[in-house]
Design a protein around this ligand. Structure first.
Ligand SMILES: Cc1cc2nc3c(=O)[nH]c(=O)nc-3n(C[C@H](O)[C@H](O)[C@H](O)COP(=O)(O)OP(=O)(O)OC[C@H]3O[C@@H](n4cnc5c(N)ncnc54)[C@H](O)[C@@H]3O)c2cc1C
Length: 362
């Protein structure tokens, strides 16, 4: 079924809560709706939108927003004596609902991605990632509608060209509309706990005590240890995230506003030097195989003294300075953009590093 609305208010359809309108808003509930659409008659351009959790609308949108309501989750194949399980999920499925579904079936692979806002369709577009796992690690293929040919095409993981928060879909915007994604999950015990303090948090097993200023919350052991399970890892991730990140239902944001920069060793050492002068003997970092070093943008922003910084209704989130929030609830796109520019300038002036936004500006 296709539903079309004109002059649609997008205020509740983007997690930043930008009060903008779209000339047209189309919701489709099955893949077969897409070839039926009279594309040329719709206001242009066409923009697929999931939950709007990685988008900053900077003004009213003159074209058509296309929203998937395809919500099926099916096991389509099992291999290796049933251990490898191929799961197809519709692009309109809430990604965390898929994580919950996988946990309920004891299927490993996406538990570290629990509680990332947004839809399954966008998880492939964005190659969402958290706690050492990226969607592209477990995506087998992506089924799309290609508007130019009017055909459905299946792209395997290699063709999707997944990279850090990147995929072919971001470079050929408008070409593919994702209708479903096939994930390769496993029934074999496969926790991935190497990132940060996740293993420690999972092993301590697990009750959140008081809110903490530590990036990882204080966790207390249960009297009786719980068995390691998909659900246990999922719940741990959710607790850690709740502590650090604003809940989009309460405070508008699009999560991490900037990408974590990848630095040459030379510029990483320069950051270490500046940090040491400021009394910080450790710079959090992640060594890459090619010798470069990834440094959290949050650390650089914090070092510039911008934690909690406000501009109009926009603010830098105290607990995670990588996040710009709609602090007042009625921040304008301009407030967000001004604060973004202030951050980019400050980090560039102090470290000579140019941060680039992760959030799509529309
Ligand atoms: C509080 C918070 C925390 C977050 N934490 C994380 C995190 O830990 N890791 C992470 O990676 N991200 C994180 N994000 C960002 C965001 O959740 C992801 O980028 C998510 O994948 C966006 O999903 P969405 O459905 O909201 O996509 P949207 O924001 O609606 O769209 C994102 C992009 O995908 C395209 N798109 C959407 N659906 C389709 C489709 N069906 N076909 C083709 N293109 C499509 C859009 O055109 C756009 O380019 C966070 C966001 C918030 C608000």
């Amino acid at each position: 079924m296709i539903r079309i609305t004109y002059n649609k208010d997008l205020g509740s359809l983007n997690t930043f809560g930008m009060k903008v309108k779209a000339a047209c808003y189309v919701v489709y509930s099955e893949a077969g709706d897409l070839p039926q659409m009279d594309w040329d008659k719709l206001p242009q351009p066409i923009l697929p939108l999931g939950s709007g959790s990685n988008i900053l609308f900077t003004k009213d949108f003159p074209g058509t927003i296309l929203h998937s309501d395809i919500k099926d989750i099916d096991i389509i194949e099992q291999r290796s004596r049933g251990d490898e399980v191929y799961v197809r999920a519709g692009s309109g499925v809430v990604f965390d609902d898929l994580c919950a579904w996988a946990a309920s079936k004891q299927l490993w692979g996406i538990e570290n991605l629990s509680a990332i806002p947004g839809t399954v369709g966008a998880s492939a577009v964005q190659n969402v990632g958290a706690y050492g796992v990226e969607a592209g690690d477990v995506i087998d293929s992506v089924i799309c509608y290609e508007r130019s040919s009017g055909q459905f095409v299946t792209l395997n993981a290699e063709e999707c060209a997944f990279a850090y928060r990147d995929s072919i879909f971001k470079h050929q915007r408008g070409r593919y509309i994702v209708v479903s994604v096939v994930f390769r999950l496993t029934a074999l015990l496969s926790p991935q706990l190497e990132y940060g303090h996740l293993r420690e948090a999972v092993e301590r097993n697990i009750e959140l005590m008081a809110p903490s200023t530590d990036p990882y919350p204080v966790l207390e052991p249960h009297a009786v240890a719980m068995p390691l399970s998909v659900k246990l890892v999922r719940d741990t991730v959710r607790i850690i995230r709740e502590e650090k990140l604003p809940d989009p239902a309460k405070i508008g944001s699009a999560g991490s506003f900037f990408k974590n920069p990848v630095l040459s060793r030379e510029s990483y050492l320069k950051v270490c030097g500046i940090a040491a002068e400021a009394g910080r003997d450790k710079v959090p970092h992640f060594e890459l195989e090619d010798g470069n070093v990834k440094v959290p943008a949050a650390f650089l922003i914090e070092m510039c003294g911008l934690k909690g910084k406000k501009h109009g209704g926009a603010g830098v989130w105290e607990k995670q300075p990588l996040v710009i929030v709609n602090a007042s609830g009625d921040a304008s796109p301009d407030d967000i953009l001004q604060l973004k520019n202030e951050i980019i300038t400050a980090v560039n002036n102090k470290f000579g590093i140019l941060l680039s936004p992760e959030v799509d500006h529309i």
